[in-house]
Design a protein around this ligand. Structure first.
Ligand code: SF4
Length: 409
């Protein structure tokens, strides 16, 4: 039984990309054509002529912005009865490539959200953007519509590496996008990857140094992994081995630390405490509504915590929304035996951990429910000894997976 409900966020998924990157296992689909909802009224067809490299992920009907925005509105409407009276603390528009949205389309989306739900005046509103889709006028308009945080998928500043990653942008486009983003938005995050195909330690450091020169408020640093069902899994490139990748991460973390970035989550680094509020809510086991193809939600009530999953394929998602008013393919009430693992899976990613009392506030369970695994973790040196926090030790961060698994029933 929860005595109070956690903060509520909103995630919006835009599932299309101009081209599918060979390492990507997100729910993103290569588009064949885009129909923009100009001014929300006059639909103009803008055909992007590309040849799909990954047929399995190709969306059949392309990106019809007007139709998808309508589906998102209906999707959100269908969730409202589960969140009556609750306010939205943050919004994250992710993908895919949300920066494929036209100015009018993004404005329409935010207007629809505000018309349906009370959004805090100071809510963090993030949009993910691909530097290859950067247009200054469009980004200006995004800022005017209310986007106050932009997350740029830079990945590398090395043109050869960007090509190997199948990215649609080059280093010059990345830099131009960052310069403009710093002018337009309160907060800018850069996504970077390391352990790239044939990458040396020096090249990884050069990438980070170029990113640091922009002094953005936030950086996210990800290890390139070869995920199943991707082109890279089928045709693996030569990537640095685990020891070399570990050495890279060590060197990169040193640089980030010296530049004043605090590592507050496994892959997230913030300057002057500019943490991503939306992601913090995920990691603290907060609630979130997920709308769009393949989006996930987690919504608590006083007597239960439920997880929802939407239909993944954009075409089927829209068909379901228009035919039956929702596109849920799964709605699962979390069993009380699953809650400790679900909670620890998220919170242990935070470098500072969480106050111990929050375990009961967010799961409704007594802390004694995880006394066994806590003792095991302490014995192995994976958990911090301070009883007032649930926090991975330095060793626990290194072996996070092993630590999290101790809480699996
Ligand atoms: S741009 Fe991002 S979401 Fe789209 S295919 Fe590449 S990695 Fe995936």
């Amino acid at each position: 039984m929860l005595t109070s409900l956690p903060p509520l966020s909103l995630y919006v998924h835009i599932p299309w990309c101009i081209k599918k990157c060979p390492y990507c296992d997100f729910n993103s689909h290569q588009i064949k054509d885009v129909k923009e909802a100009k001014d929300g009224k006059d639909a103009k067809t803008n055909v992007i002529d590309i040849h799909p490299s990954n047929q399995a992920n190709e969306a059949n009907q392309g990106f019809d912005e007007k139709r998808y925005l309508e589906a998102l509105r209906l999707d959100l409407q269908s969730t409202l009865p589960k969140v009556w009276g609750r306010r939205i603390h943050s919004i994250f528009i992710g993908g895919g490539t949300p920066s494929l949205l036209s100015s009018a389309g993004l404005d329409q989306l935010l207007s629809d959200i505000r018309a349906l739900l009370p959004v805090n005046a100071d809510a963090e509103i993030t949009m993910e953007a691909n530097p290859g889709t950067f247009e200054i006028e469009k980004f200006k308009s995004y800022a005017q519509s209310g986007i106050n945080r932009i997350s740029l998928g830079i990945q590398s500043f090395n043109d050869e590496k960007l090509k190997a990653l199948g990215r649609i942008h080059d280093s010059a486009q990345a830099k131009a996008a960052i310069h403009a983003a710093m002018e337009l938005f309160d907060q800018v995050n850069l996504d970077l990857m390391y352990a790239l195909p044939n990458q040396t330690l020096d090249e990884a450091i050069q990438d980070l140094e170029q990113a640091l020169a922009f002094k953005t408020q936030h950086l996210s640093l990800y290890h390139l992994t070869l995920e199943p069902n991707t082109l890279f899994a089928k045709y693996p490139p030569a990537i640095p081995d685990d020891d070399s990748a570990f050495e890279m991460l060590d060197a990169l973390m040193d640089k980030l630390n010296t530049a004043g970035y605090e590592r507050y989550e496994i892959s997230a680094y913030a300057k002057n405490s500019n943490r991503c509020q939306h992601n913090m809510n995920y990691w603290k086991f907060g609630d979130y509504i997920g709308i769009g193809a393949g989006a996930h939600g987690k919504i608590s009530a006083h007597n239960q915590i439920a997880r929802q999953t939407n239909e993944r394929h954009p075409d089927t998602y829209m068909q379901k929304i228009f035919n039956q008013g929702h596109a849920l393919i799964e709605e699962r009430i979390l069993d009380k035996d699953d809650l400790p693992f679900e909670y620890m899976l998220n919170t242990l990613r935070l470098i500072d951990g969480v106050p111990t009392h929050e375990f009961k506030e967010r799961t409704g369970l007594e802390i004694s429910a995880i006394n066994g695994p806590i003792q095991q973790a302490l014995k192995k040196g994976l958990l911090d000894e301070d009883p007032s926090t649930l926090k991975a030790s330095d060793l626990g961060i290194q072996y996070l997976n092993d630590l999290q698994m101790l809480f699996l029933k």
